[in-house]
Structure formats: C-alpha cells, structure tokens
Design a protein. Sequence first.
Length: 804
Amino acid sequence: MEPLYQPGSVERRWQETWESEGLYLAGAGRRRDESFVICVPPPNVTGELHMGHALNGSIQDVLVRWHRMRGFDTLWQPGYDHAGISTQNVIEKQLIAEGTTRQEVGREAFLERTWRWLDETGRTIMGQYRRLGASLDYSRERFTMDEGYVEAVMTFFVRLWDAGWIYRANRIVNWCPYHQTAISDLEVEHVETDDMLSFVRYPFVEGDGGIAVATVRPATMLADVAVAVHPDDPRYRDAIGRELVVPVVERRVPVIADERVDPAFGTGAVKVTPGHDPMDFEIGRDHGLETLTVIGPDGRMIAPGFEGLEQKEADAKVVAWAEERGLVEKREPYRHSVGTCERCHSRIEPLVSPQWWCRMEGLAAPALEALRERRVRFHPESQHRFAIESLEQAPDWCVSRQLWWGHQIPIWACPDGHLTCAWPPPAACAECGSGELVRDPDVLDTWFSSALWPFATLGWPAETPELARYYPGDVNSTAREIIRLWENRMIFSGLFLLGGIPFTDVIIHSTVLAADGRRMSKSLGTGVDPMEPVEAHGADATRYGLLKISSTQDVRYAVGAIEEGRKLANKLWNVARLIVQQTEGVTPDARPTALEERWILARLDAARAAVEDAWARFDFASATGVLYHLTFDDFCDWYAEAVKPRLYDGDEDCRATALAALETLLALLHPLMPHVTEEIWSHLPGRTASLIVSPWPEPDGSHAASHDALERVKEAAQVFRRSGVAVELASEEERRVFAAVVRPERRRDGGDVDAERARLRKEIARAEGMLGNERFVANAPADVVDGERAKLERYRRELELLGS
RNA sequence: GGGCGGUUAGCUCAGCUGGUAGAGCGCCUGCCUUACACGCAGGUGGCCGCAGGUUCGAGUCCUGCACCGCCCACCA
C-alpha cells in the first residue's frame, strides 16, 4: 500500500471485477424477502453523460448499494430512450451535410440508417455510468424501441382507444417548421426576441375612419377573419358589429367583442387570425369564424400572390402595401417572448393541423388521488404540491408526431375512411372488412413510451416473474423539469394499466449550475463533462462532491467539494495503512477494553444511525457531512492518534478492535465511496467476499457512556495546546489517552496564557449574564439552562487552573 | 402576469419544532511527529439583505421593502 491513494487504476479494476462476478445483478447478496427497485431515467440513446446524470447516478447508486448491504433484493434497471425528435434530428443533420434530405432517402432507409448509427455510435452513457461505479444490472439493459417494449407501447395505445380517450382533432398546435412536426407545449422554449410592432389601420367598409390594430406579424393579416375588441371598451363600443376591410386581401371582416382582448395593449383592438395564433383560434372557434391558412408546413407563405415567400419578406410586402395607402400609423421596436423548438430553436409556427389527442380526466383522477393520499410522495415537499397542481391542470395530451423515428400509431384506415385501432396489426377493417388498410403515418410522442418505463422494462404486458417480483418499485429520482413530462405520466399509466403506483418516492434532485451560477449548457460553453473530475480525482471523489453540494434547490458546481472527496479517500487509505501495517495476523474483533475503544465504537454507532436517517430522508448532503467528520475527526484525529502507542506496543485487544472498527467505518462509507473502501477491504485479513454484499453494520448501543470521559480529555488537550496549562483529569484512563494524544515531545512550554484567560473571562461574563436573567431561567427549557450552568462552571474551573 | 425558492465568514454553503451562529475551502502561526504535507496542532474572520412587529429571548415566526434565481403563461 503506497502512501498516496491512486483512484484511477483501482476504480477501473473494481468496476470490471464487480460486474464480471455478477455483483451488480438483481438480487445479488439478497438476504431477505423485500425488494428495492429503482429504474434509471432512460437517457437519450444519442446522449452523453452530463453533470445532472452524474448527480442522479450517485444518488441512486448510494440508495441501491445501501439496500443491497441491508440484504434487500435490489434491482437497478438500466436502459435508453429512443428520443424521437432528438435522434431524428441527429440523423437529419447528417443527411443535410451529405446534401440530401430524409424525404429523398425515404422512410424505410431513414429508419435503417438510424438503427445502424445507434449500433455504431449511440449508447455511450451506460459506459459512463459504469465508470462512475454505478451498480446497475447492466445485463437487463432495455431500449424503448425493443421488440418487447413496442408491444407495451402499442398495448397502451389500444387500451386508451378502447377506453374512448383517444380522439382526432384539428387544432392549432406548436408546429416546428424545421422538423415539420407538431410538438407539445412542454417542448417549446420561450426566448426574448426583438421584433417590430406595426400599427395598421383597417378602414370601415361604410363611412370614414377605421380601427388600427397592432401586430408583430403583418403577413398573417392575409388570414384575418375579424377584429376583436373588449366589450366594455368605450373607444370601440359603437364599432362592434360594423365591418372593416383587411388591407392587401381587401376582405370584409366584422368587429367582434371578446373579453379575452386586453384593452390596455396596443390599440385595444386585435386582428383575429384563427389559422395562425392560438388565442385567435379560440376566439374564432367561439364566434363561429372561418379558419384561413396562409403559411405552409415549411413556414413559407402559401397565400395567393405570396407563394414561397419567407414570412419576413411577406411582412415587408404587406407593410409596403399599407404604407402606400397611408394605413400604417407607426412601427416601433418591440421585445417579447417567442416560442422556439427546444431541439432546433426554430421559431414555432402555430398551425392548425389534425392530431391525435388523449383525454386526461380518466387518467389523471386516480393519479391525483394517489398523490393526495401520499401513496406517492415527491421530495422535497414543494415539488409534491407542484406535481399535484400540474395534474389538476393537465390539458389533453397531443400524442401524435409527424416524425419517422418512433412508435408508429396503431391506427389503420380503409378506403371508406373507417378507422381500426388494433395490435397486432389487423388484417381487415373492423367496420367493413376491407383488406386494403393504410396505417397512420404519424408516430407517438416519445414520452408516451417513457411513461411505461417502470413496468415495460419488466416485460409488461406479459406476466413475467420479474413483473411480479419487482413491481411496484420504490424510488424514482429525476430532474425537476421532467415532473410533468415523465413522473406524472408514469404514475397515471401505472395506475391505468396495472392498477398500482410504480414507486412510492420521487426524488427531485438539484439542478447543477456552472460555478458562476449560469446554466450548464453546451451553447454557452459552461458545461463540465463529469468524466473530467472522475479522471482527475476519481469516481469516489466525484460522487462524494456531487452529493455534498446537492440540496433541495439549484446548486453551483464546485470542484472544491470533489477535492474534499479525494482528500477523504486519501485519508481513509492512510489510516487503513496504519492499522493494516500493525495488525498482521490479527483477527478483527471488537473488544472494548479501553476508553478509546469504547468511545470509537460508540461514535461509529452514532454515525451509523445518523447516516441511515439521512439516506432514508434523501438528505445526501447531511450524510456526506456525517461521514466526513466521522472519518477525519473521530476516527483519524482522535481514535487513531489515541490508540497509536498501544498499537505499536502490540496490545492484542487494541489491534483486534482497530481492525473491527475499521471494517465498520468502511461499511458505512461504502455506499458513498465504493471503490476505495473495497480496495482497503481487500487488504484486510481473511477477507474473501466483496464489501458490496457484506452486511450493513448492526446497531450496538452499549458504549455510549464513554462519550463524556473522552470529551473531558478533548477539552483538557485543547486547553493545554492553547495555553500550555495541564488540566487535571479524573481517571488513569483519561490521563493515558491525554498523554497519547498530546505527546511529550510535542509539548511546548508557555503558550498564550493571557489570551486564554481573556477568552475564558469573556465566556464567563456571557454565561453569567444569561443566568442572571430571571426570565430566561424561568422560561427556557431546563436542558438549555443546565447547559449554560455547566459551561459556566467549566470556564471558572479552567480559569482557576490558569491562575489569575 | 402567476407560482416557487434564495439573500448567513473573502468564496461555496449547513443551521430540525425560536435559546444567543457552524463546515469545507481561503488566510495567519507553528510543525517534513516513522498512516497521510491530498497531512497535524492552533488561530483570524459574521450589526445572519433592509425596515418594522411578536417574545424574557428571533438567521429561526409575522408584515412590508429591495435585489437575485428558477418554473409556468395565448398579451396581439
């Protein structure tokens, strides 16, 4: 064992060993009937591990390893998401770079190419999880487009259809002109954008004057079917019911009244364009207006006379036309937020198009009940409330996407237009028996399949032994932004399809921001690859650091925390060297014969309880803190220092206990820092089984009383080190420990006695002040008052020892 | 515009149901003491964002204000 712990080679070696010896497999080390199940949030097949994954992986691995040591039948389910739009984006970019398009290549060839690319280049994240030491059961890796998984997705859709919750509707959707597909509200990213706001007057058909409207998109005037004003707006009250002429197209449109119009914005009058604006679509629907379309699926104009123009060109043409006729009142710069596609950042085009929708009431109700009854609990509590609110307000789910990469919708149409929804693929139309069926070209929203992850990975809809054993699971851990997209949908689909919740606890972990507080993002260049600290400081250190900084809110990435982890690993390694070197041929055995032995066993016991409590509350930062101070302060700086002379002397009880105490320390640290603890474990005498499947330490409350005695020694040592004055100790044992810790050769004479006296006088004055306050003594809890009395007494005693 | 959270030592952050402020890093002073200089011992450093209130006592509870984040939202 070298003095400097080198994580790199050690960690890789153990990662290979653990996996090849089957210690990551579900059920490894199982000693009891209960199971503990977590499924990893399936990362995109095309993705790389980012800091959020690394934190989340650390969280899940700690819980899995802890439960495995406690004897649970653990399963940590790995796998990937096919990530419809994201993956298709990658392949489409490649095609464009090659001078072609997906349309030219064709659907079949495109899909073939995607599969080939995935096999060659995708699926890198599970390798990175391995390097982090994540003990997933890699033998069970699943993919949302696996043959069996497709069965699950199709079955889900058919069940929804049979329940009557799937319907087709022509609605205005968020249309991405680049991907040429509808995307959900949740996939739209709003960005502040600078635009021009144009005020254009629409003349009355009869009589003079007109009404001016404000618009940032003059081109959409071509599809205007009305002008709306607020019913109570005095400026326009008389205009309601009159007709206006839309410039350029010279269409006659009515002035209508609608409460959704904000009188304070612009001119207080809104042009109504149901075909190209979400609010206008609703107003149009409610007033029975026609829906006109002047923009095509590629975002270019299709209006007569404007065909093929970019919208900006069309805007200019329309404004020019109106300006020539003196209808433009003014144009001014205007900053507002514009929806963009979160994948390609194209400006979202609100377009009316036919899509498949899923009604939410029937799905949401049981999930809401489960949340309100806390059968599923989100942590922290604020996220629990958010999950409930999101479900209460969940709008119908647009499940169709005009993509190729994904699960094609299992609906077929016959020449007469009858629809058949079935799986496996039907041979004939369910209504007329026609065999000429054409399948709907759309695919399902990616989240439609992710919603099934906790049970589709276990073989559902087949009734597999895994499903019986591991469903429902226990914990799900994920990022905040995914609560509505994923968590809520897993809960309602589990309830709908299996009649039971998929897990009981949802951990919403911190978002890891860059060190300067900005978001970690590739485009900003603020991202940090988690493999960087793993290579520099080790996987153990990285896990430690990430959990140390984690909290219930966003946190800043701090290398310092990871360096602290590296120091902890090194410290542990070295104290183990000390003990291992002095205990050749000794059998570990806790023999609490001396004070320092009893004390460290009590400290280990207390730390075990604190750590268990913190893990169980998902308070990962507290747990790392407890383990850090246990190792540095208690084990190394006090216990190891106190015990050294007896260890060198060959005291058998001391040596056997030191080994036993070290073993307990290693076990407590293992879920957090598996590699360094396993490496040390392997150097201990008589060790054959891996620490992974070794039992978690049992409670042992028998030594708690030694605490006070050692605290007295600590105080005496501190006073001595500060002032050079030796405080008298009561027992032989205490004096022995004192002598071991404050070694004679290190004693220095003198010390700053005056400073120490001044400090004590100050403390005494403070305590006397408090105890002199009658109301304090009368109202404060007894232990607080007693604590102050004890402090006061001690300070006086110490002051006396220093002499005045 | 709505909702949630933050403001504590130079930096990053802990402080549970109110009891008189802590950690790590940094800085200062000693130490290469045969486990570890990725170390040991000791120390410096805070009107706990601002203003009120409740209380014997307030980072801790209440009210208002000021900044800073995040999420959500159809303001043309």
